[in-house]
Design a protein around this ligand. Structure first.
Ligand code: SAH
Length: 221
């Protein structure tokens, strides 16, 4: 088998979905060209991995649309050796990109089976530099705080306060915030104890469920 059977599809994804829509950070574009997204989707969906949409990953959860992943990654302004906290490991794709950018990533996932599968995905894709922790990520992960960047890949009514607290000086935090169905993507920047808030546009994410997020399971609609 060819070493990288999806290189062409990935090139087209980066050109037509990502660069064409205004993502300019060459490091982010290169990382998206490199990370094999098809190894992060469930068996049978590999052929859809480079399509312009989110995909189901089991447990009612999704791997985000490539463009949304690109926006969030660019806005995090990752530098090599940044300490990054991700909430919502899911497939592990977002964390793999952050690791590709040279970050040391802690990723917290609420569901055991997804955490396990993400770890298998990292192994298959040869990703090192991500540590997965199972638990309620709305409380953050204090042992490794403060973080240079925090990314929340599930939606909550407000940014969980512990995550703002665990952000270091100069730190960036990206999160979808608002109603259950669709939200505003927002960026927080912490400087000299003050938090600046920048809106980045509308998104629709699965709910962040936990003490400082939504309480309990979402009833099916
Ligand atoms: N970043 C993922 C997509 C995440 S989907 C990727 O690249 O594939 C959102 C994930 O957040 C789901 O896996 C869901 O189980 C998880 N999640 C929801 N609430 C959480 C919480 N309180 N703590 C940690 N993970 C949570």
């Amino acid at each position: 088998m060819e070493a990288d059977p999806c290189r062409r599809e990935r090139e087209e994804m980066v050109e037509f979905q990502i660069r064409a829509r205004g993502i300019r950070d060459e490091r982010v574009l290169a990382a998206m060209q490199k990370v094999p997204r098809h190894l992060f989707v469930p068996k049978g969906l590999e052929r859809a991995a480079y399509e312009d949409r989110p995909l189901p990953i089991g447990g009612g959860q999704t791997i985000s649309q490539p463009y949304i992943v690109a926006v969030m990654t660019e806005q995090l302004e990752i530098r090599p050796h940044d300490r990054v906290l991700e909430i919502g490991t899911g497939s592990g794709y977002q964390a793999a990109l952050l690791a590709e950018l040279g970050a040391d990533v802690i990723s917290v996932e609420r569901l055991d089976d997804l955490a396990l599968r993400a770890q298998e995905n990292f192994t298959r894709a040869g990703v090192t530099g991500v540590r997965v922790v199972v638990g309620d990520g709305t409380k953050g992960y204090p042992p490794e705080a403060p973080y240079d960047a925090v990314i929340i890949t599930a939606a909550s009514p407000a940014v969980p306060e512990p995550l703002v607290e665990q952000l270091g000086e100069g730190g960036r935090l990206i999160a979808p915030v608002g109603p259950r169905e669709c939200q505003d993507l927002i960026k927080l920047i912490k400087r000299e104890g003050k938090v600046q808030r920048i809106p980045l546009g509308g998104v629709c994410f699965v709910p962040l469920i936990g003490q400082f997020g939504w309480q309990g399971e979402v009833s099916p609609r």
